[in-house]
Design a protein around this ligand. Structure first.
Ligand SMILES: Nc1ncnc2c1ncn2[C@@H]1O[C@H](COP(=O)(O)OP(=O)(O)O)[C@@H](O)[C@H]1O
Ligand SMILES: [Mg+2]
Length: 237
C-alpha cells in the first residue's frame, strides 16, 4: 500500500549539542497503526511534536501524501494529538468539550451536534453529553479526550503515553477499550508508550527508540523473536 507519512533523515540537536533525534527514517502506509516504544528520554515525545508541527527539526523532511509538511503550522496539518493529561476543559460539559474544535472551525450548531453524536457513539459515551468533566471516571475522561481529538476529522491520530498516569488494572482495561476504538477507525494512528505490552496491543508496526534513534523497526513478532541486539533483547525483557 502507498505510504502516507514519510519521515526522511530527521535530526534535532539541542543547544548543548545533545542529540534529541538522530537521523529518523520512517514510512507509514495509510491506515496503519504504529507504536513508538522506548525508555523515558529516548525522544518519543520529541518525534511526535515534530510530526505535529510543535517543534521544528534541524534537518530532514516530513512528508504527508507526497508533500512536505514542514512549512505548515500545526493547525493546517489536520493532525490530532491526545496528551497524557487529556487537557480537557473542566468548566465545560462533555458536549462542549467534544465540540470545541468544531466551533473553532466555524461549523454550524447543527453540524457540531451531528458530529458530537457520532463521536459519542464511537467512544461508547452516548447519554454523557451534559455531564461535567469533573464528574467522570478516568476512563470516561479519556474517551472524551479521544472523542474531542477525533471530532474535527484529523488525517492522523497521535497519542502520547495515554495510559501511563493510570494504575495497572485500569490501564489494561482502558488499553482494551482504546484498541477496540482504533479498530473502528480508518486513520493512521501513532501510539507512544514506554511499555512493550501496550506497544504490542496498539500497533502492528513498532519502532523501538533509544537515545534519539530508531534501534529496531518491525512487527511485534520481529521485536520479540528477532531482536537486533542485546539492548533490544534486554528492553523487551
Ligand atoms: N525543547 C527541549 N529542551 C530541552 N531538552 C529537550 C527538549 N526537547 C527534548 N529534549 C530532550 O530530548 C530527550 C528526549 O526527550 P523526549 O522526547 O521527551 O523523550 P521521551 O518522550 O521518549 O521520554 C530528553 O533528553 C529531553 O531532555
Ligand atoms: Mg514523552
Amino acid at each position: 500500500m502507498e505510504n502516507e507519512l514519510i519521515i526522511h533523515n530527521l535530526k534535532k540537536t539541542g543547544t548543548t549539542g545533545v542529540c534529541f533525534l538522530n537521523n529518523i527514517n520512517l514510512a507509514l502506509p495509510r491506515g496503519s497503526r504504529l507504536s513508538v516504544l522506548g525508555p523515558s528520554g529516548s525522544g518519543k515525545t520529541t518525534l511526535l511534536r515534530m510530526i505535529a508541527g510543535l517543534d521544528i527539526p534541524d534537518s530532514g523532511d516530513i512528508r504527508f501524501n507526497n508533500a512536505s509538511i514542514l512549512d505548515l503550522p500545526p493547525h493546517k496539518r489536520n493532525f490530532g494529538m491526545m496528551f497524557q493529561d487529556y487537557a480537557l476543559f473542566p468548566h465545560l460539559d462533555v458536549f462542549h468539550n467534544i465540540a470545541f474544535g468544531l466551533k473553532m472551525k466555524g461549523m454550524s450548531k447543527q453540524e457540531q451536534a451531528s458530529i458530537v453524536a457520532e463521536m459519542l457513539a464511537l467512544t461508547n459515551l452516548k447519554g454523557f453529553e451534559n455531564r461535567k468533566v469533573d464528574e467522570l471516571s478516568g476512563g470516561e475522561r479519556q474517551r472524551v479526550a479521544l472523542a474531542r481529538t477525533l471530532a474535527p476529522g484529523p488525517r492522523l491520530l497521535m497519542l502520547d503515553e495515554p495510559l501511563s498516569a493510570l494504575d495497572r488494572v485500569l490501564r489494561k482495561h482502558l488499553l482494551d477499550q482504546l484498541t477496540q476504538i482504533f479498530s473502528r477507525l480508518h486513520i493512521t494512528t501513532i501510539f507512544v508508550t514506554h511499555d512493550h505490552e501496550e506497544a504490542f496491543a496498539a500497533g502492528s508496526q513498532i519502532i523501538l527508540m533509544n537515545q534519539g534513534g530508531i534501534v529496531q523497526n518491525g512487527t511485534p513478532k520481529d521485536l520479540m523473536h528477532r531482536p537486533m541486539n542485546d539492548w533490544v533483547r534486554q528492553f523487551m525483557g
